[in-house]
Design a binder for this molecule. Sequence first.
Ligand SMILES: Nc1nc2c(ncn2[C@@H]2O[C@H](COP(=O)(O)OP(=O)(O)OP(=O)(O)O)[C@@H](O)[C@H]2O)c(=O)[nH]1
Ligand SMILES: [Mg+2]
Length: 452
Amino acid sequence: MGVLKKAGWIEQARQQADRLTAQRIRIGVTGLSAAGKTTFITSLINQLENHQRGLLARRSPFERLESVRWQKENLDRPFPYLDALQSLSGEPAQWPQSTQDLSRVLIDLRFRPQGLLRKLQGTQTLKLEILDYPGEWLLDLPLLRMNYGQWCEQMRGWLAVDPRRALSGAMRDRLLALEPSAGLDAEELKALTEQWTDFLKRCRSDAGLARNQPGRFLLPGSGVAADMLSFVPLLAANQHSMGGPGSWWAECEARFNYYRDYIVKGFYDEHFSRLDRQVLLVDMLAPMDAGQPALEDLKGALEAVLESFRYGRNSLFEKLFKPRINGLAVCATKVDQVIPGQQRAVQQCLEDLITDSLSEVRHGGVDVKGFPLSAIRAARQEGEALVAGLVGQAGWVRYQPGSIPEHLPLDLQVNGPELLRLRPPPGLHRNEPFPHYRMDDLLSWILDGSQL
Ligand SMILES: Nc1nc2c(ncn2[C@@H]2O[C@H](COP(=O)(O)OP(=O)(O)OP(=O)(O)O)[C@@H](O)[C@H]2O)c(=O)[nH]1
Ligand SMILES: [Mg+2]
């Protein structure tokens, strides 16, 4: 065999070995709106792209990382990495735009091999696939187990108490007065759907409530026909209600069923059930600042979100989707807003808030880890104070953010920290690792258990 031919053959064998050893890890990143998902994924790609210079350089297995390729072509619904970088590195620096849909990232990593395989293999490759999706979509999971009448009953219960009662105002009276078997007035349904959507928005913005159903009314995502998102709960209806063709009941029930069976179930089928690991991001500080009702609602929302990771109990769910997530990272985000000595307390308060749900998830065989994170550090510590720039203002402020209790009290009454609207630090550039807290710990967790 000629030398060239032999070299070609060796290269071919090597490529084949690479292909065989290429592993794929699929990570879901989720959180409720403004939890910090887009900033987190942007920083994650940035840390990988700059692995030789950031904290990753000294961490196993990243010290063997040879090259990183972020794939921006041929990907359905790509994550807006360049847009996010543009905002962050602008003058003045801005946070990325809020996102409304799911998006994907595909990153190829090549590692130098170690140990006995070193001579046999050229490199080891790993495909990291990241799916960013709104946590609100998981709030719809309970709908899979409900029929329309049960949902109406549940909504009647929710709207009977403040703050939802006050926020629903005259719309609630109208929904209570509608006779389910009466003929549908299409114009009124349209108006009521708009009012219901507005009501959900106000629940979120005015009262900090997080359990807002149906989730897609707030974040429709692409590919959902708008007229299918047109139904409301009939508050006078119950599980035994009925209505002939063309009635309020029949029309709303049919659309609810479509929503449940195609939109909610479709998402679980197509995306969720393929994930290996999940990162759940939680902005714990804003609700601690907002007070007890916001914490109460965050608790309810996170419990509902975590339902999707409670295996062994949820037999219908498992029968439908055969989920196989083996690890869950629960992360308090934006912890640069408190002094470093208190960041772990923020994480502890988050874990206190959802203790029972986390035990259930662990009990189902999922490994749960907690990381207090800051994807991009916007504040720096000086003594007991923080120094940061504020959104919309030039210059710097020096302030004391207030303290975080070591544990969350059971009644959820806390003296929250003082939060200011921080702008991103100046001078961020794609080719420099962004300042952060514990993104390296989280990246190690992602690769933990891979055969590298
Ligand atoms: N101080 C600080 N603020 C952050 C950090 N990450 C995110 N933020 C703030 O949180 C806001 C929301 O962050 P995003 O990354 O857009 O959150 P998201 O979950 O993608 O939000 P949606 O797309 O609206 O659901 C940002 O605009 C910042 O104000 C961080 O690491 N530190
Ligand atoms: Mg986003």
